[in-house]
Each structure stands twice: as C-alpha cells, then as structure tokens.
Design a protein around this ligand. Structure first.
Ligand code: DC
Length: 238
C-alpha cells in the first residue's frame, strides 16, 4: 500500500476510529457500531496484548526496548474474523485470543505499548488491515495517528469512577475476587501508564476532528446511535 493508492486511501477514509481511555466502552460500542454498519471490528489493544504475550513467552525483559522491538518486527501476528464483530488474534498461527486477558499479559502490555518503535511497527500493521477494507478500529491513537484520514472519529470518555464500576462488573463475571477501590486504583494507574506517546486517553488529546461522546450518562444504544449518525453524515457525500 502506498499513500497514493486510491483504493487503500478510500478504505481508510471510510473507517470509524474510536479512541478513549481504558474501560470507556470502546469494544462494546465498536462491536455494535460495526454490526450496524456491516463492517468488521478491530480492537487494536489485542495486537499490543499479543505482542506482550510473545514477549513473556520469549522470556525477554519487557523493559528491554531493543529486544522487544526486534521480536515484534519479526512477529508472525495476524488478525482474522469468522464473526466480523469478534476479531481473533493469531500468534505464530495459533489463536491466542482467549489468553490475552490473563493477568501477566495485562501487567506486561503497558510496558510493551510504550516503546515508540513497537508502536511504529503496529501502526504500520494496523494501517495495512484498514487499507484492505473499512473497519471500525478501536484503540488509543487511531484518530490521531493510525487512521488520521478517517472521516469518522469518535472519542469515548467517562469518569474513572464509572469506568471502574464497569470493569468491576467484568472482573466479577470472570470469577475474580476484587473490590471497587482496587479496580478504581488500577483504572487510574492504567490511565497514567497509557498517557505517553501521542496516545489519546484524555479528551483534550483527542483528534481535533473527533466527536467527543461522554458515556457517563448515556446508555450504550444512545452512544451507538451517535456514532452511526456521525458515520452516515461524514460519508453521505463521499
Ligand atoms: O484497550 P486495551 O486495554 O486492550 O489495551 C491494552 C494496552 O495496549 C493498553 O496499555 C493500551 C495499549 N494500547 C495502545 O497503546 N494503543 C492502542 N491503539 C491500543 C492499545
């Protein structure tokens, strides 16, 4: 793909970029928007998590930026869809999606995702996915970096308390013992760790052409409606 390839550029322009802090609802909203628009959904956090898993399996120190970058650059990493709203990550040909929420991956991913050369490599791979066909892509730098040409950019925001309450529900559903205070602390810590390197985790960091949607008071259906309307008006003339 080159920047002058008209098919690739059109595909990227038609993508929906969704950014926001941890537990803002990017996946739930992104999946529903993809379903309504008949597009694939791609949660780029899965790609960073798969890299973290590969680092752990290789026994490389996640703080060793050079070694991590060399590993990631050569990594056989693939995203595939059977269901367009459920991306599956393949690492060296093996479906590792179910392992990407493990605690060890959760702990290593912040370290891996702050390495600038790792980000450059994954941004390149994410653009390659979006240039094949339009997708709804969620992450922290989609509107600001990965898909700057996308016509539809959404920044989902919510207070740390509301996000922690949502995350607490997910943790308890997974059978993990935890408390609201603990999850709130983890949410704030994750915000701090993710707040580097052109990432949009606070609304003032959103792409200038992004629509900021505050999800504290809005139900999921209302948020999805806002995103679908934004897509339709942005692409109506195209
Ligand atoms: O969205 P998530 O919690 O699955 O993301 C996992 C980690 O990857 C988190 O530390 C943020 C990082 N990430 C990123 O830096 N850029 C993205 N586009 C997506 C995720």
């Amino acid at each position: 793909m080159t920047r002058r390839d008209p098919i690739a550029s059109d595909s990227i322009a038609r993508c929906v970029a969704i950014d926001g802090p941890t537990a803002a609802g990017k996946s739930v909203v992104g999946r529903a928007v993809a379903d309504r628009l008949r597009l694939g959904f791609f949660d780029t956090g899965l790609m960073y998590r798969a890299c973290a898993l590969a680092v752990l399996e290789s026994a490389i120190d996640p703080l060793d930026a050079g070694a991590v970058t060399a590993l990631v650059r050569g990594l056989d990493l693939d995203v595939r869809w059977e269901d367009p709203t459920q991306p599956r990550m393949f690492l060296r040909g093996e479906d590792v999606t179910a392992r990407l929420r493990e605690r060890a991956v959760e702990d290593a991913v912040s370290l891996v995702s702050r390495i600038p050369d790792v980000r450059d490599e994954l941004v390149r791979r994410q653009r390659a996915v979006a240039s094949r066909e339009p997708v709804v892509m969620a992450g922290r730098d989609i509107g600001t970096r990965v898909l700057v040409e996308a016509r539809t950019k959404i920044f989902l925001d919510a207070s740390a308390e509301v996000r922690a309450r949502r995350r607490l529900g997910e943790e308890l559903d997974r059978g993990r013992q935890t408390t609201f205070e603990r999850v709130l602390g983890q949410t704030r810590r994750r915000d701090e760790l993710d707040d580097t390197g052109k990432r949009a985790v606070r609304r003032e960091q959103a792409a200038p052409d992004a629509i900021v949607v505050d999800t504290d008071a809005l139900g999921i259906d209302a948020v999805v409606d806002r995103c679908v309307e934004a897509y339709q008006s942005a692409n109506a003339a195209a």
